[in-house]
Write a protein that binds this ligand. Sequence first.
Ligand SMILES: [Zn+2]
Length: 132
Amino acid sequence: MKKITRWSPDTCDCVIDFEWDTDNPDLPHVGKEIVKACDAHKGNDVSNGYAKVLDENQRKNKAFKLITDNLIDYAKLTDRGESIIDREKVSYYFDADRKLVITAKDIKNQDKTNIQAIIDLNIGTDKVIVNG
Ligand SMILES: [Zn+2]
């Protein structure tokens, strides 16, 4: 069954309705309506707008996963024993070029170099910048 879900990503202030198939939830979701566009994503049609917001949100999630997998100091466990990023130590924003800038508090230079290389390898160069 097709279902419409309203999505407020944690990476920008857009609000987007997307359609997905409850019988095949792994199929790509389709953007249906941009209910609200943030300043960065104004002026896109629904298909492009949804693709851009989704790319940024998934990029952040992937980068966070790489950090929790590789830098244990920046991860914490949920009640269910799931390893997630420690948001008291890690913050992020998207710069004017929509590069994801991640600040990991007090990160050692060696760790920063290593995690940047891992992120570049897995996500692509020039998409995520890790700061201390
Ligand atoms: Zn947006």
